[in-house]
Ligand binder design. Sequence first.
Ligand SMILES: Cc1ncc(C[n+]2csc(CCOP(=O)(O)OP(=O)(O)O)c2C)c(N)n1
Ligand SMILES: [Mg+2]
Length: 322
Amino acid sequence: MTPIQLRECYRMMLLIRRFEEAVEELFAQGLIVGTAHFCIGQEASAVGAIAALQPDDMVTSNHRGHGHFLAKGADPRRLMAELFGRSTGYAGGRGGSQHVADFSIGFLGSHGITAGMIPIATGAALTQKLQQTGRIVLAFFGDGATGQGAFHEAVNIGAMWELPVVYLCENNMYAMSTPVEEAFRVPSVAERASAWGIPGVRCDGNDVEAVASAVSDAAKRARAGGGPTLVEAQTYRQCGHSKSDECLYRTDEEEQRWLQRDPLTVAAAKLIERDICTPDALDRLAAQVEREIEEAIQFASESPEPDPETVADGVFADFDVI
Ligand SMILES: Cc1ncc(C[n+]2csc(CCOP(=O)(O)OP(=O)(O)O)c2C)c(N)n1
Ligand SMILES: [Mg+2]
């Protein structure tokens, strides 16, 4: 990565981290309700993968999508407003943490159904191929999603039709409390790519440059008509699965080992080592991110609640029948 790219990736990772830490505090204060799945510790895979795409390429996400959405260019104010349930949010305050989209920036949506967006990414890639747009689609999903039938079906079709899609598995070693060793006889997701006759690549998911490099190769291949690649970014969520998880199934030793490889620490060390940023410059960057988060909270808290008159907007069930 060029110095400017690496610094921008670091800034984005920090924005995602601080956004989610702020959301956690807002939950504690009762200002946000419901649940959320944080990507704390996994920021490098979101930011590195998207840094390797063109701005008009498309992305699908999963239930752990704040980082994917922000990295794709979401406005933190509107995402925060969505979490507050306000009308200015990306889904008018009705989607919450797991259900946001913005087609104008190529973010086709996050979703709570595990693996649910992988077939949609594959379908979107078919559209790109048929319409010869030159764009590609990247699907983010977790290790747990690779046990779903939808994943196998979608990757097989993507492979058979040589679609311009990158399948990006964020292998954070757990699906809720189930470790990968208890879920699959072949715990490496990348190794399974041969089942569909496509390349599988494993990379350090906590090193933003390593992820960008793996996805860049996969994107080039997809754009050139070579079909999909399965990229496995090995990472770790430093937080619980969701708001209610106390993480009692992991050892302190394991958690500590991964904390040493925090993606922000890894990137900050590179910025200093390569003389791209001084420690003071990193502090200024952090202060700038802090202001952005404060603005997002202010925007969200001052935004109006949805108008009760609009409660049935976007609901496609026919109430007359009931
Ligand atoms: C179809 C379906 N089955 C089960 C669930 C419950 N569920 C929510 S997240 C999750 C685990 C997902 O694990 P993984 O794909 O590894 O993503 P991670 O949470 O680790 O990011 C499960 C089983 C669901 N949302 N959808
Ligand atoms: Mg997982």
